[in-house]
Ligand binder design. Structure first.
Ligand SMILES: O=c1ccn([C@@H]2O[C@H](COP(=O)(O)OP(=O)(O)O[C@H]3O[C@H](CO)[C@@H](O)[C@H](O)[C@H]3O)[C@@H](O)[C@H]2O)c(=O)[nH]1
Length: 455
C-alpha cells in the first residue's frame, strides 16, 4: 500500500533548509513512498549530479524573481507566497491526473501558507521545523507573548523545559529586535496556524532534547524525525544514498580529502561558518592569525565572495599548514580521521552533523538560532567550548588560539570527545531500524495510509 502514497516535500529555498529536507525525503522514499521535493527554479540547474535513477523526484516553482536578487526578506516572502500559492495547487492538480495523486504535504515551517493549500485539497499536512526543538519552543513563546520582548540585558529567561538562558543565549532575532525584524516576523509567523497541522516534524531526536520534546508532545502531535543526515554517515541502511548536488556552491571536495589524507589522525581543525554568514574584516583577521598561532593544521571554508578578506601575508604564512577552499563535502570532512575538531557558527545542520560524527566543537555563533545552539553544545551536551566568553565585547586571536588548544590537546578534550561519541551513538540508535526517529516515520506513513484508505 505504501508504494501508492505520494508525499510532496516543499522547501524554503536556502541551503540550510534544503539539506535536511532532502535527506528526510531520501529516508521516506526508502520506505516505499513516492516523494517529490519541490523547491524554486533557482535550484533547477544545479542538478548536474542528479542520479539517472533518482529515489526522490523533483519539481520546481518560481520564487517570482527569475534569478534577480530579491530586494529584502519581507518582499521576497510576500512574492514567494503569492507565486507558490498559485503554482503549488497547479502541481497538485497535475498529479491528481496521474497514477500518483498527492496524499500529504510536508512543508517548511517558514511557509505556513502551504497548510491552507493542503487543507483545500484535503491532504495530510505536516510543518517541518529545521531548527532545534528548543529554539522552536523559544520562538513559540515569543509569538504567544509568554516570553515578553524586549528582554532586558542582565535578565535570565526561564521557560518550561529549557535551561535558564542569558539574553545572549536567546536567538539573536529575539535578543536584538532591531537586527532583522523581517526575519523575526518570518520565524514567528510559523505559529500563526501550526495547530491546524496534522503533525509537526522536528529535525532532532528524542534523546537529544528529551525535556523539551516531552513538553512539546504534551501539547501537540510532534515527531522528531532527525538527525536528517545521509544514511551513509549514520546507519548505512540506504544503499542508494546519492548526492543530488543541490548545493549553491562549487565544492573543492577532491582537493580537501586528498589534503586530509596526508594529515595525522585528529590533527586538523575544520572551520566553517555555513552558507549565509558574512564575517566582518576584523573577525576574519582574528580567526586567521589565531589559527596560525595555534600551530595546528586547518581546513577553512571561505566562500569565494569572502576571499578578498584574507591578506596576502596570511595566505603566504598559511600555505604549509592551512587549506582554504570555497566549499567542501562537509560530512565527508567531519567523518575523516584526520579531523580533530570543528570551529563552527553552530547552524543547526552543522551542529547535528558534528554530533552524529562525534566531533568536538569550538562555538562561534553569529546570529539567528546559532546563539541558542551554542548554549546547548557547551552547557547541555558538553561537546564544545565557547571561543569568546559572554562578557567579552569582541573576539581576539588569543581567544581563537586558546580554544583550539583546549579542544585539540587540552585536558578538556577527553570529556568533550567522550560526550560527543555518546551522542553519536544515540543519533545512530534513533535513526536505525526501530529507533525513535525511524518509528515516527513509520507512524507518519501509517497515518497517511489510514487517512487515504478511509476516504
Ligand atoms: O563547505 C561546506 C559548508 C557547509 N556545508 C553544508 O551546508 C549546511 C549548512 O547548514 P547549517 O550548518 O545549518 O548552516 P547555514 O547554512 O548557515 O543554515 C541556516 O539554516 C539553518 C537551519 O535552519 C540554521 O540553523 C542556521 O543558523 C542558518 O544560518 C550543512 O548541511 C553543511 O554540511 C557543506 O556541505 N560544505
Amino acid at each position: 500500500m505504501a508504494a501508492k502514497i505520494h508525499v510532496f516535500v516543499v522547501v524554503y529555498p536556502v541551503q540550510g533548509h534544503i539539506n535536511p529536507m532532502l535527506q528526510f525525503s531520501k529516508r521516506l522514499a526508502s520506505k516505499n513512498v513516492r516523494v517529490t521535493l519541490i523547491t524554486t527554479s533557482s535550484y533547477k540547474n544545479l542538478n548536474d549530479n542528479q542520479p539517472s535513477n533518482p529515489t526522490v523526484f523533483f519539481d520546481y516553482i518560481s520564487d517570482g524573481f527569475s534569478g534577480e536578487k530579491p530586494p529584502g526578506i519581507a518582499d521576497f516572502v510576500e512574492t514567494f507566497k503569492a507565486e507558490s500559492s498559485r503554482s503549488l495547487p497547479e502541481l497538485i492538480e497535475k498529479q491528481s491526473k496521474t497514477e500518483y495523486p498527492v496524499n500529504a504535504i510536508v512543508y517548511d515551517s517558514f511557509m505556513p501558507w502551504v497548510l491552507d493549500i493542503s487543507k483545500e485539497f484535503g491532504l495530510y499536512g505536516v510543518s517541518f521545523f529545521t531548527h532545534s526543538c528548543a529554539v522552536s519552543t523559544i520562538y513559540y513563546h515569543t509569538s504567544k507573548g509568554s516570553l515578553k520582548i524586549p528582554v532586558e540585558k542582565g535578565n535570565v529567561v526561564s521557560l518550561p523545559s529549557i535551561p535558564p538562558l542569558e539574553v545572549c543565549d536567546l536567538p539573536s532575532f529575539v535578543s536584538d529586535l532591531d537586527s532583522y525584524p523581517g526575519v523575526l516576523k518570518l520565524v514567528l509567523d510559523r505559529f500563526s496556524n501550526f495547530e491546524g497541522a496534522d503533525c509537526l516534524f522536528f529535525n532532532s531526536f528524542d534523546k537529544l532534547e528529551i525535556e523539551v520534546v516531552n513538553w512539546l508532545s504534551s501539547k501537540w502531535k510532534i515527531m522528531t524525525i532527525g538527525p536528517s543526515v545521509p544514511s551513509m554517515f549514520l546507519d548505512k541502511r540506504l544503499a542508494d544514498d546519492r548526492d543530488y548536488g543541490l548545493s549553491l556552491f562549487k565544492s573543492d571536495g577532491e582537493a580537501c580529502i586528498k589534503w586530509l589524507d596526508g594529515k595525522d589522525t585528529e590533527s586538523v581543525v575544520y572551520v566553517s561558518f555555513g552558507s549565509l554568514a558574512n564575517l566582518v574584516q576584523d573577525y576574519m583577521d582574528e580567526i586567521a592569525w589565531g589559527l596560525l598561532n595555534s600551530k595546528c593544521s586547518f581546513l577553512w571554508i571561505v566562500r569565494d565572495t569572502e576571499k578578498s578578506k584574507l591578506s596576502e601575508k596570511f595566505l603566504e604564512e598559511a600555505a604549509d599548514r592551512g587549506l582554504i577552499v570555497n566549499w567542501c563535502p562537509q560530512l565527508e570532512v567531519l567523518a575523516h580521521k584526520a579531523v580533530g575538531s570543528f570551529m563552527t557558527h553552530c547552524g543547526w545542520n552543522s551542529t547535528l552533523e558534528a554530533l552524529c560524527l562525534g566531533v568536538p566543537m569550538m562555538v562561534m555563533p553569529q546570529w539567528t538560532d546559532q546563539t541558542t545552539n551554542a548554549k546547548y553544545i557547551v552547557d547541555v551536551w558538553q561537546t564544545g567550548v565557547r571561543v569568546k566568553a559572554h562578557d567579552k565585547e569582541s573576539i581576539t586571536r588569543e581567544d581563537i588560539t586558546k580554544s583550539v588548544k583546549d579542544v585539540m590537546e587540552g585536558t578538556k578534550r577527553g570529556d568533550l570527545k567522550a560526550n560527543a561519541l555518546k551522542l553519536k551513538e544515540m543519533a545512530l540508535e534513533a535513526m536505525s531500524e526501530g529507533g525513535s526517529s525511524d518509528k515516527y516515520m513509520d507512524d507518519f506513513i501509517s497515518q497517511i495510509v489510514t487517512r487515504t484508505t478511509s476516504t
